[in-house]
Design a binder for this molecule. Structure first.
Ligand code: NAD
Length: 392
């Protein structure tokens, strides 16, 4: 079958949906098509590891994509692009002609070396549904990876009375991100809540045996669990960008208006590597970036290009601890800690040659813009200039 769209969006996630809304707002008559590999229409991803494990209803996740008037082609993967002919083909053999094309393909989760219906690479709504089935009170769940997914899912499972073992290669939870004292505190906080932490360990293999999973660790030990959830990071889905002729290096390179170097081809969200005035080129894998970059791309596709100058923020919940953050959180940078109450409320600044590159707002809310202003400042800054600079 052949389809003809003014705007074709590959990727029916939060980024693609935001782009469709932005296009529709500026060009209500435009024909918008959206291709999505999942069988679900666009939904909010953050609740899958946060609110849905608390009191939110599952149907609160759906995005209002119908308001954009986009035609959805779900359960399909775009498999080829002919950028000169302005056509895309999918894995069902359909061909889509486009005026403007957005690659909002996101990324694929890294997977363990073995599989099974009790071995989840936690990324989408189907993974959430499956884990809810498996997460019976008393079930033993092994969480592999100590990053965003690992920390949020381990806390969610513990709150649901599961027995949780976490394993990850770092020496402590958060050691690459937080200052040493805060990382020790978070690691201890998880242990106090009954999570069995195996730090310094990689999952090297394993197998599902009936209703249990045997995990092999890199020290030769094994771990038996009722299910395994892996949060091993994602690999950006850049193949279509390469096929289109876009520059690809840690994501699809775009300019400040989300344009690739290929005429009429845009990219945004997790897959896009974009320029920021303060921090240079970066790729950000968080909700706020997906939505705001999607909007920026949509406006540009509809003919009203405005540069993306904002710095995306991100946030996380770790039991009853929580934070918002902006910029680069890298424990190798120079760190200034400014606590109101140690490890409970305060701000951590990450500096490079006296310039603030990142700000962690630990249980400090409503200060994201203040953090962005600081990152845009040339500095120089140090502990005394930053003392009490940002407070809740
Ligand atoms: P991540 O990069 O945050 O963490 C990956 C973790 O896996 C690290 O601890 C790493 O050392 C570990 N790891 C890698 N290989 C391993 C192995 N063989 N055995 C054990 N551990 C191993 O990635 P994630 O947690 O998978 O999150 C996926 C994506 O979702 C990221 O893009 C993240 O930004 C996003 N996300 C964001 C939020 C948020 O913003 N709050 C929440 C959830 C997910």
């Amino acid at each position: 079958m052949r389809h003809d769209y003014d705007h074709l969006i590959i990727g029916a996630g939060m980024c693609g949906e935001a782009a469709a809304q932005a296009i529709h707002a500026l060009a209500p008559q435009a024909r918008i098509g959206m291709i999505g590999a999942e069988r679900h229409p666009p939904y909010d991803r953050p609740p899958l590891s946060k609110a849905l494990w608390k009191d939110a209803a599952e149907d609160s996740v759906w995005r209002p994509v119908a308001d954009s008037g986009a035609s959805l082609h779900l359960g399909r993967r775009a498999s080829a692009i002919d950028a000169a002919a302005h056509t895309v083909s999918d894995d069902h053999g359909d061909v889509y002609h486009y005026g403007k094309l957005l690659l909002a393909t996101g990324g694929s989760p890294r997977r363990l070396a073995f599989g099974g219906d009790r071995v989840l690479a936690y990324r989408g709504l189907d993974d959430y549904r499956r884990l809810r089935e498996l997460a019976r009170p008393g079930a033993h769940i092994a969480v592999v990876g100590g990053g965003f997914i690992g920390c949020e899912i381990a806390a969610a499972l513990a709150l649901h009375q599961c027995r949780v073992t976490m394993l990850f290669p770092e020496s402590r939870l958060g050691v690459r991100v937080y200052p040493a004292g805060l990382s020790r505190f978070v690691d201890g906080y998880y242990r106090e809540r009954g999570i069995d932490i195996r730090s310094g360990r990689l999952a090297s293999g394993g197998e599902q045996r009936g209703e249990s999973v045997l995990l092999r660790l890199d020290d030769g030990s094994t771990l038996e669990a009722d299910a395994v959830v892996a949060g091993l990071g994602i690999v950006p889905d850049t193949a279509l960008g390469s096929a289109a002729g876009a520059e690809v290096d840690n994501g699809i390179h775009v300019d400040a208006c989300m344009r690739t170097r290929v005429a009429d081809v845009f990219a945004a969200g997790d897959v896009a590597n974009f320029p920021n005035p303060a921090l240079g080129r970066l790729r950000v894998e968080h909700e706020n970036a997906a939505v705001t970059m999607g909007r920026c791309a949509g406006r540009a596709m509809a003919g009203q290009a405005t540069p993306y100058t904002e710095l995306p923020f991100f946030y996380s919940d770790l039991f009853d601890l929580g934070y918002e953050a902006v910029g680069r959180l890298d424990a190798r940078l120079d760190i200034v800690e400014d606590w109101v109450t140690p490890n409970r409320e305060g701000v951590v600044y990450y500096l490079e040659h006296g310039r603030v590159r990142g700000v962690l707002l630990w249980n400090t809310w409503g200060q994201v813009d203040a953090a962005r202003v600081l990152i845009a400042e040339p500095g120089p800054h140090d502990a005394s200039s930053l003392h009490a600079r940002i407070r809740a």
